[in-house]
Design a protein around this ligand. Structure first.
Ligand SMILES: Nc1ncnc2c1ncn2[C@@H]1O[C@H](COP(=O)(O)OP(=O)(O)OP(=O)(O)O)[C@@H](O)[C@H]1O
Ligand SMILES: [Mg+2]
Length: 319
């Protein structure tokens, strides 16, 4: 069999398209609610957002910013007033059934089939998500093991503690190995060690190829996990991008360093602060070279002051 060059180029182009397809593309989405007083309230205001495959994204913002409203529109629970949402190229409003199979969603509110046992709940959902019958038992077992819920298999959902119910919600969302996993405050009310467990599970799923979008108010956890963040306030995107770039943008423009021998000539602009010295920078890499060229082996330690996500969050969202 022979292939023409055109055919091979077309094949490569199409293959690349499949793998490069955006797991999530939100375009100019607005959501308006009508309040009981018959007034219009804009919860989400012209939001656009693209999520690249295989990454971990944080959707962050204060209470009432519009995060859950966005997530509920991605899951198809709410319809946007205007704008479109696509999941791996499928329009959520028009192809809801297909997108449900691709996404795993852990909603903020605990929605639970209280009268059923953990096993019954997970069997029901694995059937609904099309998990093959012969794989269901082992899939359920391994997810419950990951979430430390193995011993609750035969307990009724209603008898689980709050944190356990939330973990059962996470388990439900993972049954069908979704390509895009969206978690709306998955660790709210979960104790410290189990929070770590949930995050290490999220990390592992991401390493196995799942794209993750999550919300949390634990900003130090977001800082450890996210490659990129979208910060929203009053329904609008106020910052979007790689966490490192955003931190760089908000960092103080100084380098701090310590010296072995303090009795030396200093570069212009260097000031002494306790045991450290501070050097103002305009361009991080150029100024770092200038500094290391001048002090060479006399440098004991060096650091640039990265802004924490909490500092950035407060700066951007406080009135
Ligand atoms: N069904 C609804 N009807 C009217 N207003 C609503 C409705 N759902 C949400 N809102 C309003 O939209 C705004 C955004 O709410 P949303 O739940 O999206 O915030 P959030 O960012 O998830 O906040 P939190 O961090 O507290 O979970 C809020 O002011 C909320 O009161
Ligand atoms: Mg919310």
């Amino acid at each position: 069999m022979t292939f023409t060059l055109d055919f091979i180029i077309l094949l490569c182009y199409n293959t690349q398209n499949i793998y490069d397809m955006m797991p999530l593309k939100i375009e100019n989405v607005t959501k308006k609610f009508t309040t009981p007083a018959n007034k219009e309230f804009i919860a989400v205001n012209n939001v656009s957002l693209e999520i690249e495959p295989g990454k971990i994204y944080g959707l962050l913002g204060p209470n009432g910013a519009g995060k859950s409203t966005i997530i509920n529109m991605i899951s198809g629970l709410l319809l946007p007033t205007s704008g479109t949402i696509e999941v791996l190229g499928h329009n959520v409003a028009k192809e809801t059934e297909i997108t449900k199979q691709i996404i795993g969603i852990v909603p903020q509110e605990i929605v639970m089939e209280m009268a059923f046992t953990v096993e019954e709940v997970l069997y029901y959902f694995s059937g609904m998500y099309g998990v093959p019958k012969n794989e269901r038992a082992s899939r359920i077992k391994s997810i419950l093991k990951d979430l430390d819920l193995e011993d609750k298999l035969h307990e009724r959902a209603r008898t689980l503690s709050g944190g356990m119910k939330r973990r059962l919600m996470v388990a439900k969302a993972l049954l069908h190995k979704p390509k895009l996993l969206i978690l709306d405050e998955p660790t709210a009310g979960v104790d410290v060690s189990l929070r770590q467990k949930i995050w290490s599970l999220v990390r592992r799923l991401n390493q196995e190829g799942t794209t993750i979008l999550f919300t949390t108010h634990y900003l130090e956890e977001a800082e450890q996990l996210c490659e990129s963040i979208t910060l929203i306030n009053h329904g609008q995107v106020i910052k979007n991008g790689k966490l490192k770039d955003i931190q760089q943008e908000f960092s103080k423009n100084t380098i701090h360093f310590e010296l072995f021998d303090r009795n030396v000539n200093h570069l212009p602009g260097v000031t002494e602060i306790g045991v450290e010295y501070e050097f103002p920078i305009t361009n991080l890499s150029d100024d770092m070279i200038k500094l290391t060229d001048h002090y060479r082996g006399n440098i004991k330690g060096i650091r640039s002051e990265a802004a924490s996500l909490e500092q950035i969050f407060l700066k951007l969202t406080q009135p």
